[in-house]
Design a binder for this molecule. Structure first.
Ligand SMILES: [Ca+2]
Length: 420
């Protein structure tokens, strides 16, 4: 049996094409390094590091636990990729000094880099732990703000997600690079590179879907994060391992779960937290409380829209989808109209308008030819800087038209609208 497996492995190695899409990165993800990165990571990194080094979990009223999958080095994988959900808005911060890593990922094989999605009391961050050469520190950090979301996320299963790649780039010395896929330029941008002797050989690392540092809120008896993040989901999908130089979907064989039965939320000081394996073992989901309706996003530049008069698409590197619609307004002829937007349920709901404007302007929104609602759109500080305003619109359950314009002055340049 062992001999047969060896033959298969050798065959795969001979047949394997060169690893796709990991040639020279076209750009570098902007972010903080050195002391600035550590400062920005704050206690969420310092406490984790202390716990990791001490292997201590007994701090009174504080809990550090995790659940995920492990990637045995015996499988030969030397890299991992995944689409990792990340959200903005309410529920991105925690109180009580709590933080949530959801997820955090480090490949097997002595990887120098762990990529961590950290929800902290100061908001969501993405950072690279450097676990080689005795450094054992946050090597680089980026705030997951609107600019990051526009450049490095795409909609996956109704959630924004970034696409991360961590793989070994040299065996001698042991060198690893992490990259993020840039959806504006359609190339991988490098995030962090590290090399040296791997410092944590005693840990069987892999991919933690949920890792917390939690303190109990006396008023509720659950972790602060549990209340603060109620309704939020955390998803990883399209998880791939680099095996024999080929990216392959993670399976229960090469990426076994910590336990075959997902743990109870109570173990994480959050009874309403549930874990599920959406597809074994390359898609995982965590959910706190009831799932909110998925946010839908509609690009202004989509061909299905009607652009009246002078309204025209222009490229903008910061915009969602890399484009905006400008020359809207200054009369009724120049407008942007979304067609056939399904309401799903009839009624009023918040609709967020993303735009760029170098001046204070306003935009009027009319649903199904009805009376327009006008909302101020303050300057975002530049024509390639994205901001947003939210209005309440009353939609039909079926198809709706949503027209944006300005009968008296120019509207801002329009990026997209989002709604549930
Ligand atoms: Ca757009």
């Amino acid at each position: 049996m062992r001999r047969i497996l060896l033959v298969i492995a050798l065959g795969a190695a001979f047949l394997a094409p060169s690893v796709p899409a990991q040639a020279a990165a076209a750009g570098t993800v902007p972010g903080l390094t050195g002391e600035a990165a550590l400062q920005a990571a704050g206690p969420a990194a310092a406490r984790f590091l202390a716990l990791r080094k001490q292997e201590a979990i007994g701090i009174q009223a504080q809990l550090h636990t995790s659940w995920g999958i492990r990637m045995p080095f015996s499988g030969g994988s030397l890299g991992m990729r995944a689409l990792q959900s990340v959200f903005s808005g309410a529920g991105t911060t925690t109180r009580g000094g709590d933080f949530v890593y959801a997820p955090t990922a480090i490949p097997a094989g002595g990887a120098c880099i762990e990529m961590t999605t950290a929800y902290t009391p100061s908001g969501p961050r993405l950072w690279a732990w450097d676990w080689c050469g005795g450094r054992d520190t946050v090597g680089k950090l980026v705030n997951m703000d609107a600019t990051f979301m526009a450049r490095y996320t795409t909609m996956v299963n109704g959630r924004s997600a970034y696409n991360v790649d961590i793989h070994r780039t040299s065996a001698s010395p042991n060198t690893w690079t992490s990259l993020l896929f840039n959806y504006q330029t359609n190339v991988w941008d490098s995030f962090y590179t590290s090399s040296g002797v791997y410092d944590l050989p005693q840990f069987a690392f892999g991919w933690n879907m949920f890792e917390i540092y939690s303190t109990i809120e006396p008023a509720t008896g659950v972790g602060y994060y549990c209340t603060d993040m109620n309704g939020r989901a955390f998803e990883s999908s399209s998880i791939q391992l680099l095996v024999n130089n080929v990216w392959t979907a993670a399976t229960p064989a090469n990426a076994p779960a910590d336990s075959s039965t997902p743990p109870s939320g109570s173990r994480f000081q959050c009874p309403q937290l549930t874990f599920s394996i959406a597809h074994p073992n390359d898609r995982w989901l965590d959910q706190i409380g009831a799932a909110p309706p998925a946010v839908r996003s509609f690009e202004a530049e989509a061909p299905a829209n009607t652009r009246g008069g002078q309204a025209a698409v222009r490229q903008s590197p910061s915009a969602s989808g890399g484009a905006l619609v400008g020359f809207v307004g200054n009369g009724t002829a120049n407008f942007l109209q979304y067609n056939n937007i399904a309401g799903n349920t009839a009624g009023t709901r918040p609709v967020t308008i993303y735009y760029a404007s170098g001046a204070n302007r306003s935009v009027s929104i009319s649903v199904n030819g009805g009376a327009a609602t006008t909302v101020n759109t303050p300057s975002t500080g530049g024509w390639d800087t994205i901001g947003s305003v939210t209005v309440n619109l009353n939609l039909n359950a079926g198809a709706n038209t949503i027209r944006l314009g300005n009968t008296t002055g120019w509207a801002p340049d329009l990026d997209r609208i989002t709604m549930t």
